[in-house]
Design a protein around this ligand. Structure first.
Ligand SMILES: Cc1ncc(COP(=O)(O)O)c(C=O)c1O
Length: 400
């Protein structure tokens, strides 16, 4: 476990930047260049593995952002990619070969499920899916050719929480590389490296960037593993543009304060929804009756900004409620300063077969909210007016 010198809010503002006193710009410059001049051929050869050769290989702006991310995650190193899916697919492709096997939890991001089930089999790589919280299934699924244990926590959209210590121990016992999509948690709420997880991945598009204005991906972890990912990134090319990388750095400065506010707002919204007669079930890790609340309280510093709930009604009713919201914008994605609403079966889980979806508890009546940093009162008032379009129901609310 890494010793963090400063509090998260301070780290988010200062991470990656040189604290030496000098007469320089407060913000690092954007090295908006595709290539770098060499003084001679010998020096150019030496520069190949640095951030001053050609931007597909690296760029000083990327180096600053990557150092900031590594500091926040408590890892040796980090790499940034052109999207979350670029980060995830590059990480997996760097670590498996034809004939290898992956064990993955069933409820992961839909795009990753598609990559594992419809793309990797073309290259002779198979995946076995297991229930996220039944750890005996992980053990049973491991084969002699298994290389990776793939995780996501909290899960989308049902907000289940994975016991990271437990899964890291399983991976270590079987000599597997453990990798987690930590997009929903952010390093503000959870640092998987502290629990022994090898690779931490994010759709940086979400909380890290934080303003719904750029697409990016992140992988953090040990230097030796990231060197393999760097090779993949230079060969296949999913690098961020320097200007976008600089915008990511700007987003990181407010990551801690944004996420803390989103934690508070989402908890209030979840509490309001759990008492509403037209709501059947609310999924949020910090609610009193969440089945893994004890684990969530132990492992997470906050419940996060995303929650989902199921209404008393049909899938069409859920769409009507989502469309009746005024402050929650109807859009896929999450993690920005503004609140968003989506229907998982029509967005993040649309590409997943219905049978697979059912096993992960994703229903047609489910509405997912990404709670932003607006006033809680205004958000709750908006939800109240939208839920009024449904006929009152006397059903009992279940939380979990
Ligand atoms: C949990 C999670 N992981 C990965 C991704 C993919 O990220 P991107 O859209 O940046 O490629 C998403 C996108 O919604 C996501 O929600």
């Amino acid at each position: 476990m890494k010793n963090h010198k400063h509090h998260q809010e301070t780290e988010a503002v200062h991470a990656g930047l040189n604290s030496e006193k000098k007469n320089g710009p407060v913000m690092p410059p954007i090295h908006q260049t595709s290539t770098f001049e060499a003084v001679d051929h010998e020096q150019q050869l030496r520069a190949t593995h640095t951030d001053m050769f050609y931007t597909r290989y690296g760029n000083p702006t990327h180096t600053v952002v990557e150092a900031a991310i590594a500091e926040l995650e408590g890892t040796e190193s980090a790499l940034i990619f052109a999207s979350g899916m670029a980060a995830i697919s590059s990480a997996i492709l760097s670590l498996v070969s034809a004939g290898d096997h992956i064990v993955a939890q069933r409820d992961i991001y839909g795009g990753t499920t598609k990559f594992l089930t419809q793309w990797l089999p073309r290259f002779g790589i198979e995946t076995t899916f297991v229930d996220a919280t039944d750890y005996s299934q992980h053990e049973k699924a491991i084969r002699p050719n298994t290389k990776l244990l793939y995780l996501e926590s909290p899960t989308n959209p049902t907000l289940r929480v994975i016991d990271l210590k437990k899964v890291a121990a399983i991976a270590q016992a079987h000599n597997l590389i453990s990798m987690i999509d930590s997009t929903f948690a952010t390093p503000v709420n959870q640092r998987p490296a502290d629990y022994g997880i090898d690779l931490i991945m994010h759709s940086g598009t979400k909380y890290y960037a934080g303003h719904s204005d750029l697409i990016c991906g992140i992988v953090a972890g040990q230097k030796s593993l990231l060197e393999r990912l760097w090779e993949t990134r230079t060969v296949t090319g999913p690098i961020m543009d320097p200007h976008a990388a600089w915008m990511l750095l700007r987003g990181i400065k407010t990551l801690a304060v944004r996420v803390q506010r989103q934690n508070e707002n989402a908890l209030h919204v979840a509490q309001f929804l759990s008492e509403h007669p037209n709501v059947k079930r609310v999924h949020y890790p910090f609610l009193q009756n969440h089945p893994q609340r004890a684990l969530a309280m132990e492992q997470l510093r906050g419940g996060g900004g995303v929650l989902s709930f199921e209404i008393n009604g049909t899938g069409k009713d859920a769409c009507r409620v989502a469309e009746a919201l005024r402050l929650f914008t109807l859009a896929p994605s999450l993690g920005g300063v503004e609140s968003l609403v989506s229907i998982p079966v029509l967005t993040s889980h649309a590409m997943i077969p219905a049978e697979h979806r059912q096993k992960t508890g994703v229903t047609e009546q489910m509405i997912r909210l990404s709670v932003g940093i607006e006033s809680t009162e205004d958000l709750i008032a908006d939800l109240k007016q939208a839920l009024e379009i449904l006929k009152p129901a006397a059903a009992h609310v279940q939380v979990g």
